[in-house]
Design a protein around this ligand. Structure first.
Ligand code: MG
Ligand code: MG
Length: 258
């Protein structure tokens, strides 16, 4: 038996509306940071720009001081090339032409969290790098399309896995999508791999952050000495796309858009 009350917070329409507001702010952060993806710009510059947008909207990031090996020190995560997730912005880290940069950002507004991520190129990307981005974004769309009442989280996970693996790439086994709401991480966990028909039943008001994390050469990852940054174990390229989505009576509602 699934105990919805204990595992899942089903949101009412008024709560979904607040989440959409938070999501719009998060999308504004993304749009602002995207403009700065240029050679020579530091990853700390991206964090500063994100914090300015959040401040203007009376919002904060749930990432700042997030508990871990030590409190997370920034408002966004910035990952370059083999870095998959949780990269810490730094004044010493400059972006270069041809880099793949993955930005993950959260917004807390009105008591709710929005969580989304994107990857993009600095300048011109190689064909192989562009394909990685296209496959990862396509996997997110394939997952979103399964976010319908009556489906199960396993249907979502399996769609992401199939989309990625059938194109010759890998999904991480170690980091997952997740319920999102008053907390950044709520139940259920939604891995990027799974079995159709398994997992929790989706129903209107369920809100989930789906986030395919895709690697070119391996599904294995490791954590750098800073204890936060996760990289591909073989240092192959990676990408990450994420949206917070609400299940409705009809089409899936993407919360983290302008
Ligand atoms: Mg995120
Ligand atoms: Mg997330």
């Amino acid at each position: 038996m699934i105990d919805w009350a204990r595992q899942i917070h089903v949101k009412n329409p008024a709560e979904i509306e607040i989440m959409q507001e938070a999501g719009r702010i998060n999308a504004t952060v993304h749009a602002t940071v995207r403009e700065l993806l240029k050679p020579g710009v530091t990853t700390a510059d991206l964090n500063a720009a994100a914090e300015e947008v959040l401040r203007k909207h009376n919002a904060v990031s749930p990432f700042k001081n997030y508990p871990g090996p030590y409190p997370y020190p920034a408002s966004i995560t910035v990952c370059i090339n083999e870095e998959l997730v949780h990269g810490i912005p730094s004044k010493k880290r400059k972006m270069k032409e041809g880099d793949i940069v993955s930005i993950d950002c959260g917004t807390v507004f009105g008591g709710f969290v929005a969580d989304s991520a994107f990857s993009a190129g600095v300048g011109k990307l190689s064909t192989a790098s562009q394909k990685l981005l296209d496959v990862t974004e396509g996997a997110l769309k394939a997952g979103i399309d399964k976010m319908r009442a009556g489906n199960r989280t396993g249907d979502v996970s399996a769609a992401i896995q199939k989309y990625v693996e059938s194109r010759g790439f890998y999904v991480t086994r170690e980091y997952t999508g997740h319920g999102v709401g008053r907390q950044m991480h709520e139940g259920p966990q939604v891995p990027n791999y799974g079995t159709p028909g398994r997992g929790l039943l989706l129903r209107p008001g369920v809100t989930i952050a789906l986030e395919p994390m895709v690697l070119v050469g391996t599904e294995k990852t490791k954590v750098l000495a800073d204890q936060w940054t996760v990289i591909s174990a073989d240092k192959s390229l990676t990408a990450h796309f994420e949206h917070s989505i609400a299940v409705t009576e009809g089409e899936p509602l993407i919360l983290t858009v302008l």
